[in-house]
Design a protein around this ligand. Structure first.
Ligand SMILES: [Zn+2]
Length: 274
């Protein structure tokens, strides 16, 4: 059996899979094709006519898996509509800000097979990936807050390796790799460096003096191999890692390298290389 398309997983988990097209004034109610124009999954013969399902404002036409099809499955139809997202937020009384045009393209999504749903912020993404759940889940991160990400994502299933949709990129990693990479990244930011500096490897000279050259060098030595080998994972880590301030770094104190703080990160414990 073909693997369930990501949209059908999300719609099923969130109770949106039953989303029939409206009765038309004339013509057939359902699209004829059995293959969904958008996800390529099964329409069961009760998909929406493509022209009805896909609004003129939908900008993901290049994502169509079956461009020749004239039908869109009910799951995909539901997941293109802002009102279906707003109904999920309202029904679950989720503490998420909504506005008239707010929809699936406005937030990041963390969906679990048992129906749990969150719109995670960076701190929560960090928590999830340090300890991912059992079963099936989808994490689709939308750093700009202006893009559909779930159509492009891939469901992760039990096992070592997972996939996270980060903006336009699919990032494949393991929890062990993520944990190791974020530990060395946060060892750098704990010394007072900006997250952008840790990502790029271009360090602010004042911050380097403040941290102390030998401490900076040791921390950077841990991070450099990740920057070179896994730039994609580094982007994800940069998005959700703790900043210097979040780790208690106090910029108002005079620069005294001997008193530079050590990472205070209860989740990582012994993982720090410093
Ligand atoms: Zn579909």
């Amino acid at each position: 059996m073909a693997r369930e398309p990501v949209t059908q997983f999300v719609a099923r988990a969130l109770g949106l899979a039953d989303f029939p097209p409206p009765e038309p004034k004339r013509g057939p109610r359902y699209g004829a094709s059995r293959e969904c124009w958008l996800c390529g999954g099964e329409t069961d013969g009760i998909g929406w006519p493509q022209s009805v399902a896909i609004a003129p404002t939908f900008t993901n036409h290049n994502q169509a898996r079956a461009p020749q099809s004239d039908a869109v499955c009910q799951s995909c139809a539901a997941l293109t509509r802002p009102e279906s997202w707003q109904s999920v937020i309202a029904a679950r009384a989720m503490p998420v800000k909504t506005w008239v045009q707010a929809g699936w393209h406005s937030y990041s999504h963390f969906v679990q097979g048992d129906g749990a749903y969150e719109c995670p912020k960076p701190g929560r993404v960090r928590e999830i990936l340090l300890s991912p759940p059992d079963g099936e889940w989808l994490l689709a991160i939308n750093p700009s807050g202006q893009k559909h990400t779930k159509f492009k994502g891939q469901v992760s299933r039990d096992g070592e390796a997972w996939c996270v949709q980060f903006d336009e990129n699919r990032i494949y990693a393991t929890t062990d790799d993520f944990t190791a990479c974020i530990a060395v990244f946060e060892a750098v930011t704990a010394l007072g460096f900006a997250k952008d500096d840790a990502l790029s490897g271009r360090y602010n000279p004042t911050a380097t003096m403040r941290a102390g050259v030998s401490k900076w060098r040791a921390a950077e030595a841990g991070l450099k191999p990740w920057r070179e080998a896994r730039p994609d994972l580094m982007e994800l880590v940069h998005f959700c890692a703790l900043s210097a301030t979040a780790q208690g770094f106090d910029y108002s104190k005079p620069a005294r390298p001997s008193q530079a703080p050590t990472p205070s990160n209860p989740n990582l414990g012994q993982m720090s290389l410093l």
